[in-house]
Design a protein around this ligand. Structure first.
Ligand code: SF4
Length: 781
């Protein structure tokens, strides 16, 4: 943890710099790019029935979009306005009226014909609902009856047979903390959150490498660092205001390096709407782009390190920061041995990059005095995600890029609440203030006043699968309590997920809107509970940004859903009903009381108890974690971790597929077309050379298939590494295997091998079992 404190936002230079312009043609006319003014006007139109409330949310609230973090329109990095179309798109969730009765009580068969986007547009859930087997429609139920029904079930169930899950959609730290506590009070460790499917490997890897699972630096460190690396991250699309920080970095001479299979246009050139010269003429962002194979990152990083060790053999100190390593790092010799044992041709084959290209980046980093590594789902969503991230930490540790200005490791988050979810303990491996080890468990037990179950709780994917266990199995899932989330669209293999959801006795959806998962049947009942948004909750709430800023978001005056309740309060009410004799142990009267307790239970969050007004914020851990190279590990040193190059099962002639985000906020889709590349949601992105070999022309209907499923789309030619293809998420989820989890962090594998065909060939051969035979080939290989 660091002593140095953040000093607040800095100013951008006033004078323009034409050397960074994309073109002299104003507003990028004629180019494929987002139209921020048009999009903003569309949002104004959408919110026209509630414009004042919408304005108050934007100017007073903490953004419930991504975790870049902003309070009102001000952030902690740069002066000037901070607003993006992601936030504007999400805004409608907070301002829209209740669903009309005709939709609330419509035949679910009709509702099932709608997409999640259409369901979302119907409006907010107005009051508690229930639907039992054989019933075609949801019926209204009182809060008392709904919570009694859930608590009656919980009372008779072994706590291993129920589970909780929470998404990150606008959820506050207070809600996560209460959920983590309530689930343990009810006797279960089956509690998990949305970070399981995004950044859980980042937390796990950073904990083992440097002793703390969070971003070690602040966004300010981007501005003026020698090299800013985006690894498997399209921050310009998913955290749009980050482009303003990239612009500021470029103005200070920072080199920006992009590593991704697809040369993403959004990371190449961007028109930052809040910077006049950029809005007019655009800003060139990427200085260099390394198109790595899907899953080839570990080999790439081995290549970088191999060159460093070779440079060291020639000139001592030419690549490794020996002073830093000798004082602050363990494991140099074993890492060197592992890295040097790999041959260049193995590294080239796995990474898809030439030795020369790997050496190029190695030399750039070796010459640099500072670097920040930023990464996202491109590194985490693999069955070797934790190894991917430890490998990034290896690079930073060898070069001493840690715990000082302009240096650091940053898992950039896409959901406003997700950083806090694990830190608050809504996680089967974590309690507030640490893990589930005896010391932390007994410390938290003393604060909470009750025993915490000792058995290992299940991660979200396993809890879901537990629904299909035999009835007499001790972990057969019989009640699943979900706060938000849409597993049908976020987890691999939707057909399998549907079967799991249907096989649960009672499924609870605590949410603000319907989605496709809400409509799936359950064995005894589907219960829907209307939640408040973060802006409606009395006493406000806090959320933690990627750079560990804990922001206070006040309650905002405006219209309310009459029956919606604060999410933390619903959990407490339920817990008291299940264990009325112990209800004094779980009572909170308001969020101020929750914050008081968080400050004790999670010592890093000491300070949260003082947040109470609009704009209040503090950064836990200071400006840099591991300041001066001192890591919060038992021996205060960082650990170099040796990792293997993963075996990629992609037989010759087949493709590796991964998913990408278009104009969407996590699984919520806002436009059918991606404004950065004009791709439709069902476009399959592939390299023209690969297409030519298969006789596929741009726009041709194509089928990607494997032993898990089939994806029907259209070919779109883009600059993607040959042998790799991309489909949109969640549309492409049918291709992803179920039940394959990363072994340390439990994230599902979201990449796999596929066979690609022109649709006409695929259909022509389907009757002769041609497709099935080719899948057999794939399995054998
Ligand atoms: S970049 Fe992220 S935090 Fe900032 S306004 Fe957009 S969605 Fe909100």
């Amino acid at each position: 943890m660091g002593e140095t404190k953040h000093t607040g936002p800095v100013k951008l230079p006033r004078k323009p710099d034409p050397s960074l312009w994309v073109s002299k043609v104003p507003f990028g006319l004629g180019k494929v790019k987002p139209h921020h003014i048009r999009d903003t006007m569309k949002v104004v139109w959408e919110n026209k029935d509630n414009l004042r409330f919408a304005t108050r949310i934007l100017t007073q609230g903490v953004c419930d979009g991504c975790a870049l973090g902003v309070s009102g329109l001000k952030d902690q990095t740069l002066t000037g306005p901070h607003l993006c179309t992601t936030r504007l798109n999400v805004l409608r969730l907070n301002t829209m009226p209740a669903m009309e009765e005709k939709y609330v009580h419509a035949d679910v068969a009709d509702l099932r014909k709608m997409s999640s986007t259409e369901l979302r547009q119907l409006g907010r859930i107005p009051y508690p609902l229930i639907r039992k087997p054989g019933e075609k429609k949801f019926s209204r139920i009182s809060w008392d009856d709904a919570l009694d029904k859930i608590s009656d079930k919980m009372k008779v169930l072994d706590p291993k047979k129920f589970a909780f899950y929470t998404t990150s959609r606008g959820i506050t730290n207070e809600v996560y903390y209460t959920l983590g506590k309530v689930s343990r009070f009810l006797g279960t460790n089956n509690v998990d959150n949305a970070s399981r499917i995004c950044h859980s490997p980042s937390k796990t890897a950073l904990s083992r490498s440097i002793g703390v699972g969070a971003s070690t630096c602040s966004y300010k460190d981007w501005i003026g660092t020698d090299v800013l690396v985006f690894w498997g991250s399209v921050a310009a699309n998913n955290q749009p205001v980050s482009t303003k920080y990239m612009y500021a970095a470029k103005r200070k001479g920072t080199k920006i390096i992009i590593i991704n299979p697809y040369h993403e246009p959004a990371m190449d050139n961007y028109w930052v709407p809040s910077i006049a010269e950029s809005a007019l003429f655009g800003t060139k962002i990427a200085d260099d782009v390394y198109q790595v194979n899907i899953g080839g990152d570990i080999a790439f990083m081995h290549g970088i390190m191999k060159h460093w060790f070779t440079m060291e053999e020639m000139v001592h100190g030419s690549a490794i920061d020996h002073e830093f390593v000798s004082k602050h790092v363990n494991g140099l010799e074993s890492l060197k041995e592992k890295v040097m044992a790999y041959e260049w041709d193995q590294l080239e084959k796995s990474s898809g990059l030439t030795k020369e290209r790997m050496m190029e980046l190695a030399e750039l980093l070796a010459k640099s005095k500072s670097a920040v590594f930023v990464w996202s789902m491109g590194l985490t969503q693999h069955r070797f995600g934790t190894d991917n991230i430890s490998q990034v930490a290896n690079l930073a540790l060898l070069r001493g890029f840690l715990g000082r200005e302009h240096c650091g490791l940053m898992p950039i988050r896409g959901h406003s609440g997700v950083q806090g979810s694990g830190e608050m303990g809504a996680d089967p491996f974590v309690l507030p203030g640490g893990g589930m080890d005896d010391a932390n468990r007994s410390r938290v037990e003393t604060i909470w006043g009750f025993e915490i179950p000792k058995w290992q709780g299940d991660i979200v994917g396993v809890s879901l699968e537990n629904a299909l266990l035999p009835d007499d199995h001790e972990r057969k899932l019989e009640l699943y309590y979900l706060s938000g989330g849409n597993f049908l669209e976020t987890m691999p293999n939707p057909d399998f997920v549907k079967r799991c959801l249907e096989n649960i006795d009672i499924r609870v959806h605590q949410d603000i809107i319907f989605n496709t998962s809400t409509l799936v049947d359950a064995k005894e009942a589907v219960i829907v509970l209307p939640a408040m948004t973060r802006y409606e909750q009395p006493g406000g709430g806090t959320s933690t940004s990627t750079e560990r800023m804990v922001y206070f978001s006040p309650e905002i005056k405006g219209p309310r859903m009459e029956e919606a309740r604060a999410e933390w309060e619903i959990y407490v009410d339920l817990a008291k009903r299940v264990k009325p004799d112990k209800k004094h142990l779980i009572d909170f009267k308001d969020p101020f009381e929750i914050r008081e307790e968080i400050a004790k239970a999670a010592p890093n969050y000491d300070g949260i108890q003082h947040l109470q007004s609009r704009g209040d914020v503090f950064q836990w851990g200071g400006l840099w974690l591991c300041e001066g190279g001192i890591c919060p590990t038992p021996d205060k040193k960082g650990n170099l971790i040796t990792v293997e190059i993963p075996e990629l099962r992609k037989p010759e002639g087949h493709f590796y597929v991964t998913s990408r985000r278009g104009k969407q906020f996590n699984s919520m889709i806002y436009h059918e077309t991606d404004p950065f590349n004009d791709a439709d949601r069902y476009d399959l992105l592939l390299n023209e050379k690969d297409a030519a070999a298969l006789g596929i022309k741009e726009g041709d209907p194509v089928v990607a298939f494997n032993q898990y499923g089939t994806f029907h789309g259209r070919a779109k030619f883009v600059e993607i590494k040959t042998g790799n293809v991309e489909v949109h998420w969640p549309e492409g989820n049918a291709l992803i295997p179920k039940g394959v989890y990363e072994k340390y962090a439990g994230i599902p594998e979201y990449n796999t091998a596929v066979i690609l065909e022109k649709a006409e060939t695929y259909f022509a051969h389907k009757d002769t079992k041609y497709a099935e035979k080719r899948v057999e080939e794939l399995e054998m290989d």
